[in-house]
Design a protein around this ligand. Structure first.
Ligand code: SF4
Ligand code: SF4
Length: 186
């Protein structure tokens, strides 16, 4: 019935669209903010005195369905301490050629060392550059933090460090816990 009107209806749709707001984003000049819980690249967080939260336990690597994480743990010593516990992550790599940004590694991490930021600009033209190292993934030092290795500044025992120091009751400095920045998994 009245089939000859169909082309006119079709052109009508096109004509209407010409006056609507454009949704195209002029990336990379213009960047649209992601959703707050967007799963972007990972971050290895620090305690408020700058020591690393990663204990080199490899649970994230075991949880990863894409086999994208490689971890080698090592023992802390009193002369060379990188984290408040017995062990730290000496080698930490994430292969972004494999990673599907699912977040299962974050769920597996027992110390909240590993979280995800909103950063999505991960493209590169070399395979080597897409294997991110610990130095690239570890969170930057915030004011009041000290680059490891150094002794536990928030308490001498683990109980004091975790319960009192990390909640700001003891310890020399109390900068903001930077792992909140850009965190997408809470
Ligand atoms: S986000 Fe998923 S795929 Fe990527 S490293 Fe973590 S567990 Fe593996
Ligand atoms: S990031 Fe978390 S789960 Fe992975 S090795 Fe470090 S402490 Fe263990």
């Amino acid at each position: 019935m009245l089939d000859f009107l169909n082309p006119i209806k079709g052109f009508g749709v096109t004509f209407r669209q010409m006056f609507r707001k454009v949704d195209t984003v002029q990336y990379p000049e213009e960047k649209k903010p992601t959703a707050p819980r967007y799963h972007g690249r990972h971050q290895l967080n620090r305690w408020p005195d700058g020591l690393e939260k990663c204990i080199g336990c490899e649970l994230c690597a075991w949880a990863c369905p894409a086999d994208a994480i490689y971890v080698e743990g090592a023992d802390n010593t009193e002369q060379e301490r990188y984290s408040p516990g017995e062990r730290y992550g000496r080698v930490y790599q994430i292969n972004y050629l494999r990673c599907i940004l699912c977040g299962l590694c974050v769920e597996a991490c027992p110390t909240r060392a590993l979280t995800m930021t909103n950063d999505y600009e991960l493209a590169d033209d070399s395979r080597e550059a897409l294997i991110w190292t610990k130095e690239q993934l570890v969170a930057p030092l915030q004011p009041g933090m000290e680059a490891p290795p150094h002794p536990m500044r928030l308490g001498e025992t683990e109980r004091d460090y975790y319960l009192l120091g990390s909640s700001g009751i003891a310890g020399a400095s109390q900068p903001s816990d930077q792992d909140q920045a850009g965190r997408a998994d809470e």
